[in-house]
Design a protein around this ligand. Structure first.
Ligand code: SF4
Length: 312
């Protein structure tokens, strides 16, 4: 057993940076965009209140009452990167980025793809917000561009999805993955480790289920309690306990071991606005969390896809 050669990196998992460098032969960066979308799980279309951990604040730009055009956000985002050999993916991140009429979506995505050195899109959305016309639009882009659809799921267990008020179930997610498959689209799924009521086995079942599906990438987050959220209130009342760093690190390593070698690991830490951050305290230091996961994999002599019996 050895780690796969095609990763061409020094890590114990197939990270997004390495994947893009292997695919495009240059550095590729994501540029975060807030295109002014809302969410059907917050505005009453599916539910109100949103997922119990969702702060509902949107981007800093939106909070400040300024929302520049997509093109302007791309131009200012590029300033953080060295231009040499860099390509960009326009990352529609804030709220549900397919929640608008099809003509509006086309206009927004076209604007992003028309920008210099933008080679694709990454679109964050919900499994219940990808109507056939949207899938058709994205499939059309995939013929020419590098397209990711990022699906929030968090857990494959309906009892958990209900508890966290996701407003959809696993079957809806599975149906959507099937509809997205076979059109050249890349699917990335978000999961959370540390959800209330979930055992270690539940977390591993989520990972194993996704490993068996046509999923190309994953973002793994720890659960965060934020001020102003339903989960934050539960935390303050002592109704829930947050996962410890040791447990998160160990479970993340377990999850990585059961994921296939070609699945791209897009994230291993969570992000939350510092001014509303409640817990767990250790999750504030993302670098330390990443280093701890790497150390744990080293200690085990292990890596992503360990369970696949890869040979040199
Ligand atoms: S689907 Fe996303 S944006 Fe909508 S409520 Fe849940 S976390 Fe918030």
């Amino acid at each position: 057993m050895a780690k796969p050669d095609f990763w061409k990196n020094s890590k114990n998992y197939y990270d997004l940076k390495s994947y893009w460098r292997n695919l495009f032969g240059c550095s590729v960066h994501k540029l975060q965009i807030d295109a002014g979308f809302t969410c059907p799980n917050r505005d009453g279309h599916v539910a109100t209140g949103g997922c119990i951990y969702c702060d509902g604040r949107g981007s800093k730009l939106r909070q400040q009452g300024i929302l520049p055009s997509v093109a302007e956000q791309i131009v200012s985002g590029k300033k953080y990167y060295k231009p040499q050999a860099a390509k960009y993916i326009a990352y529609f991140q804030t709220f549900t980025n397919t929640y608008a009429p099809i003509d509006k979506l086309r206009e927004i995505y076209d604007e992003a793809l028309a920008q210099e050195d933008v080679i694709g899109l990454s679109i964050g959305t919900r499994p219940d917000c990808l109507e056939p016309d949207v899938v058709e639009l994205l499939s059309g882009y995939a013929k020419k561009y590098h397209i990711w659809v990022e699906l929030g799921l968090q857990s494959v267990h309906d009892k958990t999805l209900q508890f966290i008020n996701r407003g959809h179930n696993f079957q809806q997610f599975s149906d959507t993955v099937n509809r997205l498959t076979g059109h050249g689209l890349n699917i990335c799924v978000h999961i959370i480790i540390g959800l209330p009521g979930e055992s270690d086995k539940d977390v591993l079942t989520t990972a194993e289920t996704l490993a068996a599906m046509p999923v190309n990438g994953i973002k793994i987050h720890s659960l965060l309690a934020l001020e102003g959220t339903a989960l934050g209130e539960m935390y303050k009342k002592g109704a829930i306990t947050m996962i410890t760093k040791e447990k998160y690190v160990s479970l993340t390593a377990d999850v990585l071991e059961v994921l296939p070698p070609e699945m791209v690991i897009q994230r291993l830490t969570a992000d939350g606005y510092r001014d509303i951050f409640l817990a767990p305290d250790w999750a504030r230091n993302k670098l330390d969390v990443l280093n701890s996961i790497n150390r744990e994999l080293e200690r085990r002599g292990s890596y992503q896809a360990k369970h696949y019996g890869i040979t040199p």
